[in-house]
Design a protein around this ligand. Sequence first.
Ligand code: 4AD
Ligand code: MG
Length: 430
Amino acid sequence: MKKIWIADLKEHIGQTIQLSGWVYSTRSSGKIKFLLLRDGTGLCQCVYFRGECEEQSFNNFEQLQQECMVEISGTVRLEPRSPGGVEISAKKLSLISSSNAYPITPKEHGTDFLMNHRHLWLRSKRQVAIMRVRHEIVRAIRDFFDHRGFTLIDSPIFTPSACEGTSTLFETKYFEEKAFLSQSGQLYMEAAAAALGKVYCFGPTFRAEKSKTRRHLIEFWMVEPEVAFNDLYDNMELAEQFVEYIVQRVLKNKSEELKSLERNTSLLEKIKAPFPRLHYQEAVEIIKKENPDFVDGNDFGGTDETIVSSKFETPVFVHHYPSAIKAFYMKEDPKESGSSLSCDLLATEGYGEIIGGGQREEDLSILLQKIKEHQLREEDFAWYMDLRKYGSFPHSGFGLGVERTVGWICGLPHVRETIAFPRLYGRNYP
Ligand code: 4AD
Ligand code: MG
């Protein structure tokens, strides 16, 4: 007998097949018993008629509890009212392993309880839908760059230097020396861009951020393209095409999942490039109208970002942030002293910054000056300075945070559900 997956059942109408899976739920009414089976690829209703199935199998229902692992066999038939449009006229049911008092039940559970049981919570329908959307986003990210002639370069996790400031570094031992967990692969991508022109890295990054917000993870995945000869405006163009591509891919390929997450997709359908672009000062004017306490020159807080993004139906760029609040590598606009050639992309509906990036400083002496100002150790960046000594070139890039993008596209209230095993401030379990 053929052992198949629930997702493939439609290809086996009329055939007698075998399924393995977990008990999602059971119910009975007299001579009929129903088993809703879950195998990870879908849900399937299996119907047992007393007299038409094995007597022992019928009696086995007594022992079934949520999440028992079972094997069943029966005949596949079309049934439009059942999940997946098919049903099994079942003959056999074997209990393979038991599950007593599964902790996650259909009733409401608190966040802490669910997070402590994340390894089990992951099995629930909503979490499965989120993981499938996340996978589609990851695939869209790779396809976008791969189809545009970018080369994937994996950046190291252990690094000797700070890319995004010293306040969020995870320090660890590297034999006799100390090392940090990477906050960003950017500096390495700049080296790789000089070797291969258009590159990107895609991997986990780490920030020791002692903040419990709905947007911050300690470990998150970031994709970082870097392109030789691109300026700030080329960079924004790349970023908006990229974000449009991701959103439209998910809408096309994961509509069922978005529906089960009750996402308002009509808002996502409007995500088409080009996106509006605001100078930092223009954004400040908008913010000040609703938040008079905002101090000109400061970075935006979550609520400030929401004030700005609420004015638009697509994500919006803010560019030319003050150099003083941006990283050491940001190029200052030669025509606008004190302003950097930086750009952040703010998502719609208050989801906040999903992209940060800009044009890099390519002048050796200015960069050395910046390193001093940021109180970084020059010797840690000697290799990075070489990029400015040997054929320095204009270049730009950005980083998109995968979890914030998943949260936005799925319409989730918190990033903790956007990755299978989130690392949050105060949580390193399971
Ligand atoms: O703005 P950030 O810090 O930029 C960089 O790291 C640059 N080196 C990227 C580059 O130009 N190559 O981070 C980029 C993005 C943010 O916009 C956000 O989406 C995400 O990474 N991000 C986080 N996501 C979750 N939790 C955190 N703690 C995050 N910090 C940044
Ligand atoms: Mg940023």
